[in-house]
Design a protein around this ligand. Sequence first.
Ligand code: ADP
Length: 574
Amino acid sequence: GLSNRSEEQVSGAKVVAQALKTQDVKYIFGVVGIPVTEIAMAAQELGIKYIGMRNEQAACYAASAIGYLTGRPGVCLVVSGPGFIHALGGMANANMNCWPLIVIGGSSERNQETMGAFQEFPQVEACRLYSKFSARPSSIECIPSVIEKAVRSSIYGRPGACYVDIPADFVTLQENASAIKYKECCMPPPVSMAETSAVCKAVSVLRNAKQPLLIIGKGAAYAHAEESIRKLVEQCNLPFLPTPMGKGVVPDNHPNCVAAARSRALQFADVIVLLGARLNWILHFGLPPRYQPDVKFIQADICAEELGNNVSPAATLLGDINAVCKQLLEQFAKTPWQYPAESKWWKTLREKMKSNEAVSKELASRNSLPMNYYTVFYHIQEHLPRDCFIVSEGANTMDIGRTVLQQCLPRHRLDAGTFGTMGVGLGFAIAAALVARDRSPGQRVICVEGDSAFGFSGMEVETICRYNLPIILLVVNNNGIYQGFDVDTWKEMLKYQDASIASPPMCLLPNSHYEQVMIAFGGKGYFVQTPEELQNSLRQTLADTSKPSLINIMIEPQGTRKAQDFHWLTRSNM
Ligand code: ADP
């Protein structure tokens, strides 16, 4: 509006920054440009940490990981049009993972709308499929309330992504400072509890179980339910299985963890308690042949619409996982019950774990060169600091790595997730490193990448070096997507033809020196081909906390996972 010259003025950019600050936003990731540079600068002036990235997609992955790790949304700040569109991948990934995220997009000037303005695009509309809330404030005065609503929507109910559109003309427009009312910081989500009758039903189904199993998902990790779940596991002596990002809620080395007998546990359990995990592809939809046709599911989730998906549950616990687990514990406390340790079920599971572990150990102990996946992961496991974050992506690298690398702490594993997204690794690692730096200096982030996965956001190595983040990148390099070729085969193949015809679509350039990317920006790089070189480089890089590093680990180009009872994706993923 028209401003009175004598009054203090404030720009739209400053209002956005102050509104974010008031909502306790701590980190903004983005790529600046017209029209959002002023917003980034205003935020930094207010003490919000601004991390400039090299691509909006990676920035958006980073912001979403902040939401999962801290329970308050990180912000991804992007320019109009193409910048905004790059961020959609990150929004989709966050929304699929049920992680809170705020994306703030600059957009073209309102008085040029529909005229073919610079980077014009229907941004609010475009976000509808990628978010749970998407809006443009109608005036500068409205910015604080729309931002508060976006933050609140991102963490209340099932968490997810939210979008706020800021037209270019808002950024510089001046408004009377006194006209702007900031909404109070939104409170953490109210805690909801399950119905008492549902709790009684669940407990009675569990008490009658012959072959029970708990499945711990990333919803349980997000809910900070580690203490109550651990009590439930121990007081009832229940076998449990973490999903990929549910790892660490109860430590992987807990005696009740049956991850090494995953397929067996799923296939023969007669009662399964799902704690913040959906029956999607990751859990094979809860259907035969991966499960008994008459298995009884007890589903606990914060989202009512999730209950009953793909199966007819025996009991449904609608509420916050932590609260619900406490309710279960209280109910069990009335008449204590323990699943017998001498049961046939425990015996079957333990035997299967032993034999599966023996197969992996045998593969790991083979000393043929190039190394296989198992050899590499066993060496990494030996050196891992107990409290490190593990970020991982890549098909075989992530799947095999998950079975070997042990997680001891909740919310310390980040990977391709529900959407199976490749390219998330470096953004996630950057977010984890910032959280680590604020919470417990000295804590490291180990980012285990396939060579193909690394390529999607490889330029973020510059970001890692610019902020000197405590990240160790391990590129498990097999010269390709799923599999590649050795140098000789590659050369032979290309002798008479050009690469676009001769190179199989899965092939990447053999013997690529990815470690040089890290060296180029001042970090440390290692190229390793043997177990000794791998051990030495791990030792050195863990001892030297002054710089980020990248270890490029050459493995058998045709290497693969051990034989599986079920085919991957259609029936198995571990
Ligand atoms: P995973 O990939 O580990 O199997 P999913 O992402 O499929 O996990 O499932 C996580 C589930 O957790 C979602 O259905 C989500 O609604 C739910 N959830 C998120 N936060 C909470 C919470 N605080 N309490 C209960 N459930 C939650």
